[in-house]
Design a protein around this ligand. Structure first.
Ligand SMILES: [Zn+2]
Length: 466
């Protein structure tokens, strides 16, 4: 399901983190435990009888937020958003989890609800009685994304908890089909994909979404593709490891673009004939807007923003992310305008730290104070006035000490934030963040403070002498 064009506007470009992925990746031990619930039988998965946890104390329960009826979401939901974009007529978000807000009535809604049930990574969607049409629903996976606009592109369903619930897609092409990221392995899905011509390549966008890659590779004897920077022990036997910065081609119609940031080896796949790009976790569309999921960044946020800039001039108007909703832009220029605005927003976000404003305010007060003192000194020299009276000197002491303390506090806090940016968050790797300017301002702030500290001590000593 593509979002309508009108849903995508400059105003919708937001950096809000997806609560869904947030919940999923930080799910409680209890929720994590439910990733292990068997999915060998889909019919078994939809039965509403209680399922005991390993401790024997905990059971699956129908959430009270569901409307009455057959379909419901149980309390093991991890708020991954999958059912809400697969079957928006049935599922919505209530109380930080999904719930059924309208029972499916039409056969179309019933099918979408069952497809969502099969795709839920935690088997949290259930029915009061086993649905007789579940086997029919299994036959419909993978699902065509948009038969008219995107012929030959399928959403595989069967999201895997091993990939944090990420979506997987299949491209049918004469040169060999490509499976993009690994769905949960089920023989039923494998046989359905076989009927579509099997899989020639299993392209893995990055190390998080590899799930059952070994089983798919064995079943289809396909070549797996992953960037070498993202190869780990579990993916050491990958057939094709991408080296360097690319881009790489897979025939005339496929371009692979290295987009480091979320992970060092994140790669996007551009399918030129249909002007669509598969972005994995590099760039996603949440319910709140476009996002780079900073909270789950495993390499460098500024590098990820720089990598989004790499996409500006590419020829596509569809974004198919690993998490969340697909985006269809009206045309390529609209895509470019929205991504440019998104990058600019990120730039502003990283360069306008609050502590910088505090530093400017503290230094501004110091400048005004010093300028006032200079004027007073100048006036005293010209009129030969003696300023050594207890009231005036007391005022100088208080003023000097207050501005000195403010300057020290502002310089120290700015230094702390800059260390955080440069050492811990690696923001300074990017030209987007003016770290050199930050460091120079802080150096001058400390120099100003040291001079003011000397002045404060001198006036304090003068106070004793008047
Ligand atoms: Zn990821």
């Amino acid at each position: 399901m593509a979002l309508p064009n009108k849903a995508i506007s400059l105003a919708s470009v937001s950096s809000v983190l997806p609560s869904s992925v947030d919940k999923l990746k930080n799910s409680s031990p209890r929720a994590r435990m439910n990733f292990g619930v068997s999915r060998n039988s889909s019919v078994k998965a939809v039965q509403s009888s209680a399922v005991e946890s390993d401790t024997g104390k905990w059971v699956r329960q129908r959430r009270p937020q569901n409307v009455n009826g057959d379909f419901f979401v149980d309390h093991t939901c991890i708020d991954c958003d999958t059912c809400r974009w697969m079957a928006p007529q049935v599922f919505t978000r209530v109380g930080e989890m999904s719930a059924v807000y309208k029972q499916p009535i039409s056969s179309e809604d019933q099918l979408k609800a069952l497809q969502a049930l099969l795709s839920c990574p935690t088997s949290s969607i259930r029915t009061e009685v086993p649905p007789p049409d579940i086997l029919e629903a299994q036959k419909t996976l993978p699902i065509p994304v948009d038969e008219k606009k995107l012929p030959g592109v399928y959403h595989c369903g069967y999201h895997s908890e091993k990939s944090y619930g990420a979506a997987s897609y299949l491209i049918i092409r004469p040169e060999g089909n490509i499976l993009i990221d690994s769905p949960r392995f089920t023989e039923k899905l494998a046989r359905n994909i076989e009927m579509l011509g099997g899989v020639r390549y299993l392209f893995l966008t990055h190390k998080d979404d590899v799930a059952d890659h070994g089983k798919w590779s064995k079943w289809f004897s396909c070549d797996r593709i992953l960037h070498s920077e993202d190869v780990e022990v579990c993916t050491a036997d990958i057939e094709m490891k991408l080296e360097g910065n690319g881009p790489w081609s897979l025939g005339d119609d496929i371009m692979l673009i290295h987009t480091p940031g979320h992970t060092e080896g994140s790669v996007c796949l551009l399918y030129k004939p249909l002007k669509m790009i598969f972005t994995g976790d590099h760039l996603v569309m949440t319910e709140s807007g476009l996002s780079i999921m900073e909270m789950y960044n495993k390499s460098s946020v500024p590098e990820q923003v720089d990598s989004v800039k790499k996409l500006l001039d590419l020829d596509f108007n569809w974004i198919i992310p690993g998490h969340g909703r697909r985006i269809e832009f009206k045309d390529v220029p609209e895509k470019k305008a929205i991504l440019e605005a998104f990058v600019q927003e990120k730039y502003n976000q990283y360069s306008s730290a609050t502590n910088k404003c505090y530093l400017i305010a503290a230094m501004g007060i110091q400048v005004l104070w010093s300028f006032g003192l200079a004027c007073l000194d100048f006036h005293a020299l010209r009129s030969k006035t003696n300023l050594q009276n207890p009231v005036l000197v007391s005022l100088f002491v208080v003023g000097d000490w207050v501005t000195a303390i403010l300057s020290l506090a502002a310089a120290s806090s700015s230094a702390g934030v800059t260390v955080l940016y440069s050492r811990d968050l690696d923001y300074c790797k990017s030209p987007l963040v003016p770290c050199t300017n930050f460091k120079a301002s802080i150096l001058f702030a400390f120099i100003s403070w040291s001079l003011l500290a000397i002045s404060s001590h001198v006036t304090f000593w003068l106070l004793a002498s008047v």
